[in-house]
Design a protein around this ligand. Structure first.
Ligand SMILES: [Zn+2]
Length: 365
């Protein structure tokens, strides 16, 4: 089965090419291609002419534009034609279709997918093909759409963000699955094409999930250290660390390259931690404070490990297990321990309010 996509000039070449490439990749019985026989300029002119004074498209006018395209391109009635444009539907539907004629909106997707229109439009291409096979008219389809979302492709989505549930499940509910099976049996739907469509929806689902995780990894919350006590804060929450733990943590922040725990006994490392600890220490005098830190760095009675695990616990309490991983001091016994957080997400001001620079990961100072 062929589906021809006609776009207006505001749907840029590069994203469109990526859409076709991504969509056609996994398909065997279905192919999307740029519609032949009508120029981009012509599609754009017709779309503009059909728009209201406020630059929107009424449903009936959308089908008129698609009819014009069909005529000029001399399309077979059973060829699927899609109009893809940044001109919005007057009722703010982002996709609609009847039979073989479909409209899809290519704008305002960025807010919730953080991608161009590529993934949501790919998803709609696949789901619209299935829906068009399930019911013959747009009226019936609208009537059958689920008012209460159930993670089915027939969920009624009134806002673009609502479609994210559909995209997360990429599935049909049992009722719709039964309908699809019966339409396949009665010859209204090609099972191979339907399987291709589900495959495509699943691909979009996985792509979005990866993206979400990837965004978690590259955009961590800013870690701030400031004030007389050099407290450690994340957006909206304080990480509860003792003065000794704050000294250790800031030491590792200053060493993005990592330091082996045994090397903390080196005199220059010890002096560095002591210099970070003394100004924020709250108990004892200088002599006892130095002795305390030395005991920790020498790991007397497992004190070093205890403090490192308390640091881990404090970040977990603030962020949860998964997200805390990049903030904690971690490493393998005998090897370098380090904080994975990219130092561009650190804002560290000393007691005088001067910014402290702590180097860059993989680029030791
Ligand atoms: Zn359903």
């Amino acid at each position: 089965m062929e589906a021809y996509i006609y776009r207006t000039l505001d749907v840029e070449e590069e994203s469109f090419a990526a859409l076709l490439e991504g969509a056609n990749g996994p398909l065997q019985h279905l192919r999307f291609s740029e519609g032949p026989g009508v120029s981009l300029e012509q599609v754009t002119a017709w779309t503009r002419l059909a728009s209201t004074s406020s630059g929107e498209l009424e449903t009936a006018r959308i089908f008129e534009v698609i009819d014009q395209i069909r005529k000029q391109a001399d399309m077979m009635p059973d060829a699927m034609v899609v109009l893809l444009t940044r001109t919005p539907h007057a009722g703010h539907w982002f996709s609609l279709g009847e039979g073989n004629s479909h409209y899809m909106h290519a704008d305002d997707w960025n807010l919730f997918t953080a991608t161009s229109f590529r993934l949501p439009v790919t998803f709609m291409l696949a789901s619209n093909i299935i829906m068009r096979g399930m019911y013959d008219s747009m009226e019936e389809l609208t009537y059958r759409a689920h008012q209460q979302p159930r993670g089915c492709l027939l969920d009624l989505c009134e806002e673009k963000k609502d479609i994210s549930l559909k995209m997360r499940t990429a599935d049909a509910c049992p009722e719709c699955m039964a309908r699809i099976r019966s339409r396949v049996r009665s010859g209204h739907m090609d099972p191979k094409v339907a399987i291709d469509c589900f495959r495509l929806m699943d691909l979009v689902r996985r792509d979005l999930m990866c993206r979400r995780r990837w965004r978690l990894d590259v955009q961590p919350g800013i870690l701030t250290i400031s004030g007389y006590a050099q407290q450690v804060d994340l957006p909206g929450k304080r990480v509860n660390l003792s003065p000794i733990q704050r000294a250790l943590y800031r030491f590792f922040l200053r060493h993005p390259e990592g330091v082996r725990l045994v090397d903390l006994r080196d005199v220059h490392h010890m002096e560095e931690v002591i210099a970070l600890y003394l100004p924020i220490a709250t108990v004892g005098n200088v002599t006892s404070q130095q002795a305390t830190i030395q005991g920790v760095l020498l790991d007397v009675e497992g004190k070093l490990q205890q403090h490192l695990s308390r640091i881990r616990r404090a970040f977990r309490q603030a962020l949860g297990m998964a997200e805390s991983e990049m903030y904690v001091v971690s490493g393998t016994a005998g090897e370098r321990y380090q904080i994975a957080l990219d130092r561009q997400y650190v804002r560290w001001f000393d007691q005088e309010g001067e910014q402290v620079h702590c180097g860059e990961n993989g680029n030791p100072i």
